[in-house]
Design a protein around this ligand. Structure first.
Ligand code: DGY
Length: 337
């Protein structure tokens, strides 16, 4: 960049709506205008000397990326609420601001969670496949029975924004809410949702539907393993729309295959976009390709917010959704001295 020329930014994916126009009119834009992931080598080459990068959860932001970008990099703005693909301490140490897009995707992700709960409990995917194959329809009164939800217990692991939105919908289905969270929720939240706090193992033993809404960290990796799956009811439905690695996928396959639990609905996988072959073979699991936030309205709002985080960071203001305020403090200290 020469003096007076606009700052360089990299955007690693095609964006819905008009977010890209807002970025293009301000900056020298390098845009990977594609729905496909930018290969790592290209990512590292194209981020060189950028002042900002707008990325997605499939771009790994680590020391290799930060070194390739060089000291001009001021902000990494990620489209999505989860930031387990970003080494936040490494960014903070430089300091590089990290932005994400919470709130705008809460309702859409809760809706998709319910799509999975209902599909798994009522065997919708299995029925769809049966019809497409031209198989005989279930005859008699005992064919393809699922689980009703009215009066059952909904167990929510992680009562953050999305967990609470799932719980609200659960109340509308006449379910009782139990939850587990690192910290117990404030009384007013428990009262609003009529939600009972339980230790994780107690929740797993009691719930008819277990749904996971934690972020992925060292603490939550394989939080749900074979031992924990063994605590669940044989009639239980298990749902995950958070991060795949919170669950030991091989253990989940075994629990579904052996009938240790009734069914599962998954939007996320341990090694995305790879899916454990055992899951593909099973009838009692419904699979979605990580589309929790994929509605027109939500993805547009996410792109707008990510663009806002990028623009504010590059232009020296505090991004509205900042993951690492310490990096902002370091910047402001550095610039006031
Ligand atoms: C999120 O926002 O974290 C979604 O899962 C997309 O990565």
């Amino acid at each position: 960049m020469t003096a007076g020329s606009p700052p360089r930014v990299l955007v690693t994916r095609r964006l819905p709506g008009f977010a890209i126009d807002r970025i293009r009119e301000r900056f020298e834009l390098d845009h990977h205008d594609s729905d496909l992931r930018l290969p790592r080598q290209d990512l590292l080459r194209r981020v060189r000397r950028a002042k900002g990068a707008l990325v997605t959860s499939s771009d790994r932001i680590d020391d290799g990326f930060l070194d390739a970008a060089g000291p001009s990099l001021r902000v990494v703005s990620s489209v999505g609420v989860g930031y387990d693909h970003i080494d936040v301490p490494a960014c903070t140490a430089r300091p590089v601001l990290v932005g994400n897009t919470p709130d705008v995707l809460t309702e859409a992700t809760a809706e998709l969670t319910w799509a999975l709960i209902l599909s798994a409990a009522r065997r919708v995917g299995e029925g769809d496949r049966l019809i497409r194959r031209g198989d005989r329809w279930p005859a008699g009164l005992a064919g393809m029975l699922g689980m009703g939800l009215e009066g059952k217990v909904l167990g929510i692991v992680g009562l953050g924004r999305i967990g609470r939105a799932v719980a609200r919908r659960g109340r509308a289905f006449g379910m009782r809410i139990v939850y587990h969270n690192r910290r117990r929720a404030p009384t007013e939240v428990e009262e609003e949702l009529s939600a009972e706090y339980l230790p994780l193992d107690g929740l797993l033993a009691k719930a008819d539907v277990v749904t996971i809404h934690t972020s992925l960290s060292d603490e939550t990796r394989h939080l749900i393993d074979a031992d924990r799956l063994a605590l669940m009811k044989p009639t239980a439905v298990f749902v995950n729309a958070s991060r795949g690695a919170v669950v030991d996928e091989a253990a989940l396959v075994e629990a579904l295959r052996s009938g240790r639990i009734f069914a599962a609905g998954l939007d996320v996988y341990e090694k995305e976009p790879k899916v454990h072959p055992g899951l593909i073979d099973l009838e009692n699991v419904v699979l979605a390709p990580h589309v929790g936030s994929a509605t027109i309205e939500t993805r547009t709002a996410m792109a707008d917010l990510a663009a806002e985080n990028l623009i504010e960071g590059v232009e020296g203001r505090r991004p509205p959704c900042l993951v690492n305020p310490e990096a902002w403090e370091a910047w402001t200290r550095g610039n006031s001295g």
